[in-house]
Each structure stands twice: as structure tokens, then as C-alpha cells.
Ligand binder design. Structure first.
Ligand code: ASP
Length: 340
């Protein structure tokens, strides 16, 4: 081990990036990342010593649950002191949810946790996974003046590094699968990696030990408005037993119908203690409930503004703040998840 090299732990959770065609059958089978140096000998030229932890079992990310997030956070915490940075290989389908959740659960994080994956399996010649993996490792290992260059949960894909809790999966086909419409990239990759320091979360002045929030309350729903959502259906959702919170996907700048039945249904849920968090269905822009009467009615009913948070970040943050018993934190930016 070279003491000057950063130590990076790669955690493989599953997804397309870990697939390779079986030489005999041609069918895609999981790639064994523990043999990473044999497969990609050039990785030994990186300024990083690598170790691999493969989750058991590896899963397609469509099967991810909050329990998986807790397991992943625990693995990161157990290895936190032994490594300088972490790369999490994850299926692209729910990567933004997992990465958003981890951004909240890893309290006092002061090291890089870089999520990545691929659209084409790593064992296929034209894969995008090799570049995503190599650059994610470089970013996890990078130091500026001896300190980690990106000490937050980020997501690297196709030449751009994003704050993870600002991302959404935008395409099931394009290699540029992720976007961050409301926050600029933390780094851009061409011949060099250009870090945009002004967009990266600063290291905490006093380093407190990493803490993992392990309780996530998943008794929540996403309710997406559409013309035709009727009272019977809305009330059925809002009266789900044990419901604790709702991410309400509204129109435009946070607008919703002003019909009395609609507002009353929300007010009654709020009176029962259900938290309703308003995010917009638009890809970019923010909720401003004081712009139109249609938003003001929601504000008066006690709906909380999710500002310019993605739906993915809103789901993760709602589970997290309910878990730590501090729903009022929804209005405070905790990890740069909304713009102020
Ligand atoms: N279904 C896969 C997953 O999310 C897709 C991918 O990895 O891109 O696990």
C-alpha cells in the first residue's frame, strides 16, 4: 500500500454496471468486482488504492427499499475511518432516491461518497461504465490542499458530477442518464476534471464524528396531481392507515385546484398530523405558493413548501425528518437540497 495514495472503497450494490456477458451463453451475469485490477490493470496507475465490497445479494435497483439504504449507510459508517473516499455502484433506476437518502442519513459527512452506474454493462465493449467508474474513483480520491475535494454525497455520470440530492434520472436510453436542473454541476470532466468549488458543500469547521440516522419512516405517499383527480380517490389515499406524510406533486409554481373539497381533504389530513410537502411537477423551477391564489390556498391550509427540491429528494428528506422526529427541518436546507 502506498501511503500517499488515497484509499477508496468501492461498494457494489447491483445494477447494469455490474453485468458482463457470460462467455459461453452470452447472457448477462454479474461481474465480480473483487477482480477489478485483473479486469482493468490500468486502474493501478490511479492515485488510489482500491478495495471492493460487494453487497449480498446484489440487486436490481428497482427492488431497493429503505432497509437497503440503512444497510448501505452502515457499511459506509463501519469503513468510514479506514478510507478517504467511497464509490457506490448502483443501478440507475433508483440511484437518485438512494443517493438522496444517503445524503440525509450520513450526518456530519466529511468525505466523498460518489454514486455512479452505467447504461451499458461494464462487460460490453461500448460500455459507459468504465469511464464512469474510473472518474468516480478519481473524484472520490481527489484532495485539494490535503483535504477531500468533494466532501458530500455526489453522483457522477457522463462527464458531470452532481450533488446527489439534486439529481433525477432523465433518460432510459441516453448515456447522459442524469440531470440536475436546479443546481449546477459540482465538477465537469473533459481532458481535466474541473471542480466548481463554489458549488461544493464546504467541510464542516469542526469535524464531528459521522453519525448514521437509521430510522426512516416510510409511511408516506407521493400524490401527483392531474386534471381529473377526484375527491373519492384523493380521500382514499389520504386516509391510508398510518399515513404520516405526503409529497404532493403540484402544477407549475406549486399550484393546485382551489375546489373546496380538495382543500378540505388536505386540511383534514394536516389536522390529523399528516405532513404535506409541495414539490412541482416541472423539471426545473421552484414552488412559490404565494404567487397565485391556487398556491396561497395550499399555504393557508398548512402545506409545506418543498421549494426547488426534486421529488426524489423530497421523499428521502420526508422519511428522514419523520425518522428523527423533526419535521420542522423540512423548511431548513440540510445538505444543499434546495436553493435559498
Ligand atoms: N434496472 C437497472 C437498475 O436500476 C438499470 C440500471 O442499472 O441502469 O438496477
Amino acid at each position: 500500500m502506498n501511503v500517499n495514495k488515497s484509499r477508496v472503497l468501492i461498494i457494489y450494490t447491483g445494477g447494469t454496471i455490474g453485468m458482463k456477458p457470460d462467455p459461453e451463453t452470452g447472457a448477462l451475469a454479474p461481474f465480480d468486482f473483487s477482480g477489478i485490477y485483473e479486469e482493468f490493470p490500468s486502474l493501478s496507475h490511479l492515485e488510489a488504492d482500491l478495495e471492493v465490497h460487494t453487497m449480498d445479494p446484489v440487486i436490481d435497483s428497482s427492488n431497493v427499499t429503505p432497509e437497503n439504504w440503512v444497510t448501505l449507510a452502515e457499511i459506509l459508517a463501519e469503513n468510514y475511518d479506514r478510507y478517504d473516499g467511497f464509490v457506490v455502484l448502483h443501478g440507475t433506476d433508483t440511484m437518485s432516491y438512494t443517493a438522496s437518502a444517503l445524503s440525509f442519513m450520513l450526518e456530519n459527512l466529511a468525505k466523498p461518497v460518489v454514486f455512479t452506474g452505467s447504461q451499458i454493462p461494464i462487460g460490453v465493449l461500448r460500455t459507459d461504465g468504465r469511464e464512469n467508474l474510473v472518474t468516480a474513483i478519481e473524484i472520490a480520491a481527489a484532495r485539494t490542499s490535503g483535504r477531500p475535494s468533494v466532501p458530500e454525497v455526489s453522483l457522477y455520470f457522463q462527464n458531470r458530477l452532481f450533488r446527489a440530492n439534486r439529481t433525477v434520472k432523465q433518460s432510459s436510453e441516453e448515456l447522459s442518464a442524469f440531470t440536475s436542473m436546479n443546481y449546477p454541476p459540482l465538477a465537469e470532466v473533459g481532458v481535466n476534471i474541473t471542480y466548481h468549488k463554489e458549488h461544493i458543500l464546504p467541510l464542516p469547521v469542526e469535524t464531528a464524528p459521522l453519525r448514521v440516522a437509521k430510522t426512516l419512516i416510510d409511511s408516506i405517499l407521493i400524490i401527483k396531481l392531474f386534471p381529473g383527480l377526484n375527491e373519492r380517490m384523493l380521500r382514499a389515499m389520504l386516509s391510508a392507515p398510518g399515513l404520516k406524510g405526503v409529497v404532493l406533486e403540484t402544477y407549475g409554481a406549486g399550484n393546485a385546484p382551489t375546489s373546496e373539497w380538495f382543500i378540505h381533504a388536505l386540511e383534514e389530513a394536516i389536522e390529523r398530523g399528516v405532513i404535506i410537502l409541495n414539490v412541482t411537477q416541472c423539471q426545473s423551477g421552484t414552488v412559490s405558493m404565494d404567487l397565485y391564489e391556487t398556491g396561497l390556498r395550499l399555504e393557508r391550509a398548512g402545506v409545506v413548501s418543498g421549494r426547488d427540491m426534486t421529488c426524489e429528494a423530497a421523499v428521502a428528506k420526508l422519511m428522514y425528518v419523520l425518522g428523527i422526529g423533526q419535521p420542522s427541518l423540512l423548511e431548513t436546507p440540510l445538505r444543499g437540497e434546495f436553493s435559498v
